[in-house]
Design a protein around this ligand. Structure first.
Ligand code: FAD
Ligand code: FO1
Length: 482
């Protein structure tokens, strides 16, 4: 093959990149490109945190390519016009991409493949962002799993592929064709950023992985359940989302770390972390096999729920003004950083759906707009799990108590004090339930709770039971209020 064009999308790295490596090895000349796509940039599901992360990652990618003698060609416009146009300009015989499983990507890539075929150019897509794709991990009867534990068992029984090599120097000079400069700021792409910045790019991803695997992974079983200044989890999700880190690299390094675990508990923590990586693939295969989850509940009966929550309640949740300290701290942290710990995501998602009785889809969209790691498959899976309407979901009558949850994950209240300054001086015995000290609450100027958890729990159960059969009634709600 004379010229191979690699089109980057969410695989923004030069190491362990399957399609890039194939394009490099199969072609005599490599052309590397990225296309700004207004359909994505203008989507209501996209916000500044991710556009900023993407932009910084593209800068790093461009530098990395240049350091080897390659060049990133940047264009702007509908991919079905831009990519075939560029392929024609550079005389490409084939365009290489890493597969993506979102409905938009599937439709986009089909359009691009058709337009390329019209010019006699082939689109070659590769598996890259997952170890096992949607039809590779199946039940014994060949059906798709919808429960995590057996999926995970079957996933682990399959062989894992190892990283592909890092891109080498060009075999022929890159083509001289026009390329847009990368914008200096996400503002130029319509996304002004007013947030802390999450370290982006391939090197930041590898460094974060190595830092986590050095020690924190051995304490992950504990660290993933508590909020502390030093994060107990890897914070790799933006890198896995944008492919600034390859999943095969992650697994290879995890295996080496596990071999060096100081204790059996450390090894067990490594296995727990692996399970989280498998959750990521579980939700990707759910989205891929059941694209309808992007627009509705996996269990169709839940589509009939009459959500009773109001716009004002939803807005109070978004703004971190519900009067429930752990919920407000988490939502303010999200607004300021684009980031939220997994336990907090579950707490605030349960609170929105089961205390405020607002549709999980409104929360899903708010998360997509604000999270730096916002990813359709994982976010949708997390929301449907929390609302109880998903594949392997928490039963609808499992309702988190925001106060007891807070006491477990933030025992000394330091997370709440950091993000809710009104409660900085709260006595420790009421930092998670300031309404127990009415005088302090008034003085603090912190919001009073906008709903009463005990009352809302009853309303929530009634709301869900209205669309469920009698056989699925909860046993004793008290034992299920966690
Ligand atoms: P770690 O605990 O270090 O886990 C390692 C990696 O495993 C993560 O980086 C992530 O890629 C993957 N992972 C971990 N937990 C899950 C999970 N439950 N589902 C899928 N993948 C997982 N994750 C996203 O990447 N994007 C989202 O938009 C997203 N939205 C969520 C919404 C809700 C309501 C909930 C409950 C969870 C959501 N998650 C999402 C899953 C999870 O919260 C994040 O992946 C995790 O907090 C990222 O932190 P980390 O990288 O430190 O994770
Ligand atoms: N991918 C692109 O190819 N072009 C873009 O302009 C682009 C913007 C973008 C903004 C936010 C975000 O979260 C992701 C973005 N991506 C973009 C990556 C996108 O996830 C992939 O292109 C998917 O394949 C789309 O389904």
């Amino acid at each position: 093959m004379k010229t191979a064009l690699h089109w980057f999308r969410r695989d923004l790295r030069i190491t362990d990149n399957t399609a890039l490596w194939q394009a490099y090895t199969e072609g005599d000349r490599l052309v590397a490109a990225f296309c700004w796509d207004e359909a994505i940039l203008k989507s209501p599901d996209v916000g500044p945190a991710r556009v900023h992360f993407l932009l910084r990652s593209l800068e790093a990618l461009s530098r990395n390519l240049e350091s080897l003698g390659h060049r990133l060609i940047v264009r702007h416009g509908p991919p079905e016009q831009v990519i075939p146009g560029l392929a024609h300009e550079v005389g490409a015989d084939a365009v290489f991409v890493n597969r993506d499983y979102e409905p938009y990507s599937v439709a986009r890539d089909r359009r691009v493949a058709e337009a390329l075929a019209g010019r006699g150019i082939v689109l070659r897509s590769h598996k890259d962002s997952v170890i096992h794709e949607e039809r590779e991990v199946l039940t014994r009867t060949g059906t798709v799993f919808s429960v995590f534990t057996p999926y995970s068992r079957a996933w682990k029984a399959r062989p894992v592929s190892w990283p592909v090599p890092r891109l080498g120097p060009p075999k022929a000079p890159p083509p001289v064709v026009p390329s847009l400069p990368l914008p200096a700021d996400a503002r130029e792409l319509g996304h002004p950023l007013a947030q802390e910045v999450f370290p982006a790019g391939e090197r930041a991803g590898l460094e974060a992985l190595d830092r986590f695997l050095e020690a924190r992974v051995f304490d992950y079983d504990h660290g993933r359940n508590v909020l502390s200044l030093e994060p107990g989890t890897s914070q790799l999700s933006p890198h896995l989302r944008f492919g600034t880190l390859g999943i095969r690299t992650v697994l290879e390094r995890l295996q080496s770390a596990r071999a060096k675990a100081p204790t059996a508990a450390g090894q067990k923590s490594c296995d727990t972390w692996l399970s989280e990586l498998i959750w990521r693939e579980f939700y990707l295969q759910i989205l891929s096999n059941h694209p309808r989850v992007a627009t509705g509940a996996f269990r169709p009966e839940y589509e009939r729920i009459q959500w009773e929550g109001t716009d004002a309640q939803f807005e109070a949740w978004c703004a971190g003004q519900t009067g429930y300290p752990i919920v407000d701290a988490a939502m303010r942290c999200l607004a300021a950083t684009g980031w939220m710990h997994n336990r907090l995501r579950m707490i605030v998602a349960m609170f929105l759906t089961k205390d405020l009785l607002v549709s999980w889809q409104r929360g899903e969209r708010h998360f997509m707009r604000t999270l730096v790691d916002g990813d359709l498959a994982a976010n949708n899976g997390g929301w449907q799990w929390s609302a109880g309407c998903g594949t392997d979901a928490a039963p609808y009558f499992r309702i988190f108590n925001p106060v007891t949850q807070a006491e477990k994950c933030d025992p000394d209240g330091s997370f709440v004090r950091r993000w809710v300054p009104e409660l900085r001086d709260a006595p420790s015995d009421c930092v998670h339930a300031p309404w127990n000290r009415p005088l302090f609450l008034t003085k603090s100027r912190y919001a009073s709770p906008i709903v009463q958890h005990d009352i809302q729990r009853g309303r929530c159960l009634a709301m869900y039971q209205a669309v469920k059969g009698a056989s699925t009634e909860p046993r004793t709600p008290d034992t299920l209020d966690e």
